[in-house]
Design a protein. Sequence first.
Length: 162
Amino acid sequence: NPVIFLEHKRLYSVKGKPPQDDELPQLGRAAVARVGTDVTVVALSRGVGDALVAAQRLAEHDISAEVIDLRSLRPLDTGTVLASLARTNRLLVVEEGPGLGGWAAGLMGAVAEAGLHDIDDVWALTTPELPVPYSPTLEDSFLPGADAITAAVLERLGVSGA
């Protein structure tokens, strides 16, 4: 029974308080990192911080973004995502991988299968179908960050002024 644990190298410099013993996350249980009413943004790992920054920027445009931190892909907590989607009716899935064959497509499929009646709009923000650049500067512009998330939501909702 092998177990694989992956760490995001760009999270090594992120500082924060460790969780208390009664706050330890459960495997397979997503967390609502920010409550919102207009759009649900689902992310994983480093993408959660970017989604929270984007949600703050979207608030300046009177857009209330709910941010879901998946925490794990297997098991996948679709229940938390579906509950959020029932409130917002819009879903943006942010993945630092390609759109074809990535986890974002799988999540959107699971959500469509179980929550189609709640969907007004659903889309993914992923990396281009290109090799990941080696240069950290190029990698920063390649990966979907807070600017790209903010722009994607504003464009999708037809709000000008990114």
